[in-house]
Design a protein around this ligand. Structure first.
Ligand SMILES: [Fe+2]
Length: 361
């Protein structure tokens, strides 16, 4: 009988020498990659997962192949190994350290955390569902501070796009690259700050446009109400009506994530003084719908960055927002209503025109 292959650490074992594996945070890795001596970034996930998303410029050595392929790696160069959520990478780094690669570290939190903290354009996917499963990609638009979202069931190749911007080229390119079919375009609300891309996407893909039944939209659309669902593979997008920022605002829940539009932003809430907003309705939506979800719920907003006086972050948790969000920490409903109605910058000069255009086409 042939000698058994050299055993890898058990999938559920901890690294054999506690503290031996250096961990690199996503932000540290971004700095390292931009420095004079960038590390070799090694993906230890299965090839099927790698097809969904990977770190730019990396090398693939799946964990199962490491015992026979570790000698391909450069022993003198810094190495950062990663997987999707961080645990396999620790085992791989521990293995490489024992095999004579002293400058090896593991990416803390994996590619998922890197996408969340550093590069939102890297698609994320749900744990335990690979190679099928749900893929989520953010599309940040730095010029306008807007975020659109693509959710894809990679098994059936059906996709849903949320809050697309006017330039639809990035979405159509992603759909073409993945060979995905767009089955629904969803607007969380009638936008007042930017022109929306639903009309152009509908024209090029034929996908129906879904909006709140409260929307005064004049283009052909499907109406969504509280409790409605849109199927995306094994999961469903659940519709919550959250009026306040606008009367027609929807929040969409998909698994443990909520697409909050402008109802809940990171550190703030969308203003209620543009169009038909109402701070009383926003208070009710926040307290009767959003804040009833648990703290681990991931918050995926429609805006980010300085363009909207927000932080440069693309995702948060409801627990973090509950503890730190300025709008949620006013102390009383009365204080919240005052906060939402006083001290906001002047209304954008062209918001009327933008709203009108977004409703007509
Ligand atoms: Fe908005």
């Amino acid at each position: 009988m042939a000698n058994p292959p050299e055993a890898l650490p058990h999938p559920f074992s901890r690294p054999s020498r506690p503290g031996a594996v250096s961990l690199v945070s996503p932000v540290e890795l971004a700095k390292m990659v931009a420095a004079a001596e960038p590390p070799l970034v090694v993906d230890v996930r299965a090839v099927s997962e790698r097809a969904l998303a990977h770190f730019p410029g990396d090398r693939s050595v799946p964990l199962s192949e490491l015992p026979r392929r570790y000698s391909e790696l450069p022993s003198g160069r810094p190495i950062v190994v990663y997987d999707q959520f961080g645990s396999q990478a620790r085992r791989a780094a521990d293995y490489l350290l024992r095999k004579g690669f002293p400058r090896t570290a593991a990416l803390e939190g994996g590619l998922d955390e890197y996408a969340r903290l550093v590069d939102p354009t890297i698609p994320r996917y749900t744990a335990g569902l690979s190679p099928g499963g749900l893929l989520l990609r953010q599309f940040p638009r730095p010029d306008s501070g807007c975020l659109a979202y693509l959710a894809v069931d990679v098994t059936t190749e059906q996709a849903v796009l949320i809050d697309p911007g006017l330039d639809v080229a990035p979405y159509t390119a992603a759909l073409a690259d993945g060979h995905w079919n767009l089955r629904a375009i969803v607007e969380t609300h009638t936008h007042a700050d930017h022109l929306a891309g639903h009309a152009a996407l509908h024209a090029s893909t034929g996908a129906p446009i879904f909006v709140s039944h409260r929307s005064p939209a004049q283009y052909p659309h499907e109406r969504l109400r509280e409790g409605d669902t849109l199927e995306v593979g094994p999961e469903a997008i659940h519709v919550l009506e959250t009026p306040g920022h606008t009367r027609d605002h929807l929040t969409l829940r998909l698994g443990r994530s909520i697409f909050t539009g402008d109802t809940l932003l990171i550190g703030a809430c969308g203003r209620t003084d543009l169009g038909d907003g109402d701070p009383e309705l926003l208070w009710s939506s926040l307290h009767e719908k959003i804040l009833r979800l648990d703290d681990a719920t991931e918050v995926l907003p429609a805006h980010f960055g300085s363009h909207h006086a927000l932080v440069d972050r693309y995702a948060s948790s409801l627990g973090f927002e509950r503890a730190t969000n300025e709008a949620l920490n006013q102390g009383s409903k009365e204080a919240f209503l005052t906060y939402m109605t006083e001290g906001w910058p002047p209304k954008p000069a062209d918001f009327d025109r933008i709203v009108r255009t977004n409703l007509e086409t």
